[in-house]
Design a protein around this ligand. Structure first.
Ligand code: AMP
Ligand code: GLY
Length: 420
């Protein structure tokens, strides 16, 4: 089978890495890919991810039998609808189904319609009405730009004053552009967070291993929020009972609800969960694999990803048995100096050979005149797996200097919650 993976980050390198091991694979392409995917697939240059007509021509020309879409933006923009209309099979949701991530107001109303547990909320597009509401609620709260804001649209104001100025930024000054035409204002919950991704064919749903992401820049969960500084899986805090609760009260109602509403969701449904004293609550849904969670979950997947993706697209996920390796994986993100603000790029990178059971996923690198250089905030995700979290933790940190570049920064405490 010829396969095309869309995207260029660490998540997409992890998808390419896993698909490249599939016995059913004939030829693998990545669009646009990165220098890491280039070692396992043919990177496609000269076609923009927004140019659906060119992607369709490419797929027909190369006889692509499956397209796997990594990032949320092309899913929310309708790439899968355009390709599917041409008979090209895609693993990923339609534009209508991708709303579960692309519109937080849609997601919250959807959860309310299907009694999926989540924080209490109200939605506003009018600034004065939102301020009036802010004056009536208990603090602290959470304010979210409803649309896609590259992970930056969630603000946690502690006082009414902060909340008002956040509202003004989003609704009036439009700091997140059109993503901020609407805001969701929620009660603030507390508890540990777990990322639970699941495969779904629109009817059946099979959860992956639960993972934990580390969103803050610095050790001890200090510093600004980032796209994710590391992850580990499985998260031992997420017990078998919690998994049952999440499947019954979150994943199944979501998949069945989307189907009933006429927007069957095919692909990876990601539930961002908070484990509160009152039970599991959904923080958000994403319509795709998580990053960096994918970089720890896919190395533990025993079953052929291509078979699973095919079964999802064909609506026969219930026929599949999905197996996981025993043990655990830890991924440490190596970031550029300045991340998550203004980053230094263009630094020369070196990577030495890694031991078995380790892989270096590229996220922000590029080749220039034959040299590998940094080209983004998160440069690599260095993943190790082993018998348990401690083993994977030791392996990844004892090999961390095998990748290096000027200004490299990383957290020293990924997986600390599982180890302490
Ligand atoms: P989201 O993109 O909606 O998952 O929000 C990003 C992050 O903001 C989450 O991972 C949480 O750390 C935090 N967050 C979002 N909603 C809430 C909430 N209702 N209560 C507490 N923290 C929240
Ligand atoms: N790790 C969070 C996300 O992928 O959205």
């Amino acid at each position: 089978m010829n396969v095309l993976v869309i995207g260029s980050g660490g998540r997409e390198h992890a998808i390419v890495w896993k698909v490249s091991q599939s016995p059913g694979l004939t030829k693998l392409y990545a669009l646009p890919g990165n220098p890491g995917t280039a070692e396992l697939a043919e990177n496609v240059s000269g076609i923009s991810v927004d140019d659906y007509a060119a992607i369709i021509v490419f797929c027909k020309d190369k006889q692509i039998e499956l397209v796997i879409v990594g990032p949320e933006a092309p899913l929310a923009a309708g790439l899968v609808d355009s390709l599917s209309a041409e008979g090209i099979r895609c693993f990923g949701p339609s534009q209508a189904a991708a709303q579960i991530e692309a519109s937080k107001s849609f997601a919250k109303d959807f959860m309310a319609r299907h009694t999926i547990p989540t924080a209490k909320y109200e939605t506003f597009s009018n600034y004065d009405e939102a301020v009036q509401y802010l004056e009536s609620v208990d603090y602290p709260i959470v304010i979210k730009a409803s649309g896609l804001a590259a992970g930056k649209g969630v603000i946690l104001p502690d006082t009414l004053e902060e909340a008002k100025s956040t509202l003004e930024d989003i609704l009036v000054k439009r700091v997140f552009g059109d993503a901020g035409t609407e805001v969701v204002i929620e009660e603030r919950m507390t508890g540990q967070e777990v990322s639970l991704m699941a495969f779904t064919d629109g009817t059946s749903v099979v959860p992956m291993l639960p993972a934990q992401d580390h969103k803050r820049l610095l050790d001890g969960d200090e510093g600004p929020n980032t796209g994710g500084m590391g992850a580990y899986a499985p998260a031992p805090i997420f017990t078998a009972e919690m998994m049952d609760e999440a499947v019954e009260h979150v994943l199944k109602p979501a998949v069945i609800g989307m189907k009933r509403e006429g927007n069957p969701f095919v692909g990876v449904l990601y539930a961002g969960l908070m484990l509160t004293l009152n039970g599991i609550r959904v923080l958000e849904f994403n319509c795709r694999f998580g990053d960096p969670e994918t970089q720890v979950v896919l190395p533990l997947l025993e079953t052929d990803l291509l078979e699973i993706a095919g079964a999802c697209v064909d609506g026969r996920l219930n026929e599949m048995n999905i197996y996981w390796k025993k043990g655990a994986a830890v991924c440490v993100v190596l970031a550029s100096k300045g991340y998550p603000d203004k980053v230094e790029s263009g630094k020369v990178v070196s990577i030495e050979k890694l031991p078995d059971d380790m892989v270096c996923f590229h996220a922000g690198t590029k080749l220039e005149n034959g040299n590998l250089i940094t080209s983004g905030g998160r440069v690599f995700g260095l993943t190790a797996w082993g018998e348990d979290i401690e083993g994977a933790f030791k392996k990844v940190y004892s090999n961390i200097n095998k990748a290096s570049f000027g200004g490299m920064q990383y957290r020293r405490d990924i997986a600390h919650r599982a180890l302490s």
